[in-house]
Design a protein around this ligand. Structure first.
Ligand code: PAF
Length: 284
């Protein structure tokens, strides 16, 4: 059994540990999470381990990225289980700050990113990316890692974080990790725990619809045809409402102006299945 994972809860403790590792010339990797860990998170830790001598995982369920009617209170939490999984994956330190440590009395700063954070989840979840960008900026400045790893499962989030790291001159390499999937294609997500047994049977239809859409684009169908067919497939499977099923430029998340893509393609979808909101995306 791996040794219990050391846990720090304050920025001062975190920085003291990072400084000690740095003084011995060690590269530091950070894997930010909201806990409720699964194999997808552990694959991020593994990727970070390949790029850094020391890996820190943060677990913080960030209240500012949840809307008023979203699942902040219900979000699954379990630090002991998370810490055991992280220790088993070879993580060196867990940073688990309290909300007061992250947002002390008088906290008044929000990072807003225009452009890439505006469509898709930015439109469906107002304020979400400002919450993500603010907490990730704090995690990156608190930890000052050489490399930070984020999953492509939250593809728009990854682009938002790349943008903020560039714009704020943060000296960190942002690495995107491929989406971990169940054998039936469902993207691993902490929110999959909300799915009923019946909904879990239907859920892989989201990934199947995206794959089908990639094939249709390759056959020469227009963006509009592909999006309409994708939405119809999700409705037939039992999803609804559908927030989006879209073909976008993979770098800017802008729509293509012509009927067919003329740049790198990412297909992204978000839809409810019962009370669970699922998102997924794939390269086109
Ligand atoms: O992807 C997540 O788990 C969260 O959005 C993140 C990046 C840890 C910020 O709270």
């Amino acid at each position: 059994m791996p040794a219990p994972l050391p846990v720090v809860r304050t920025v001062a403790e975190l920085r003291a540990q990072v400084a000690a590792w740095r003084s011995s010339g060690e590269r530091i990797g950070l894997v930010p999470t909201m806990g409720a860990l699964h194999e997808g998170h552990l694959s991020l830790v593994e990727l970070a381990r390949g790029q850094a001598a020391r890996v820190i995982a943060s677990v913080f369920v960030n209240p500012t990225q949840f809307g008023p009617n979203e699942d902040f209170d219900a979000y699954p939490r379990g630090e002991a289980r998370d810490a055991a999984l992280l220790a088993g994956a070879g993580c060196d330190l867990l940073y688990a700050p309290t909300a007061d440590e992250m947002y002390p009395q008088g906290f008044a700063t929000t990072i807003n990113i225009s452009g890439v954070s505006e469509p898709l989840d930015g439109a469906a979840r107002p304020g979400h990316f400002a919450g993500v960008a603010t907490v990730v900026t704090k995690l990156l400045t608190q930890t000052a890692p050489d490399v930070a790893v984020f999953g492509e499962k939250d593809y728009q989030q990854l682009l938002v974080i790349r943008r903020l790291a560039r714009d704020l001159d943060l000296p960190v390499e942002i690495v995107g990790a491929p989406t971990a999937r169940a054998p039936d294609g469902l993207a691993l997500s902490s929110r999959n725990a909300y799915l009923s047994a019946a909904a879990r049977e239907v859920a892989p239809a989201l990934h199947a619809a995206l794959r089908d859409a990639v094939a249709r684009l390759a056959e020469g169908k227009t963006v509009e045809q592909v999006e309409l067919t994708g939405r119809a497939a999700l409705e037939r499977a039992g999803f609804g409402p559908i927030d989006y099923f879209e073909v976008r430029n993979a770098e800017t998340l802008r729509r293509f102006e012509g009927a067919r893509p003329d740049g790198p393609v990412r297909l992204l979808a978000a839809a409810r299945l019962g009370r669970t909101r699922l998102i997924d995306n794939i390269a086109g």
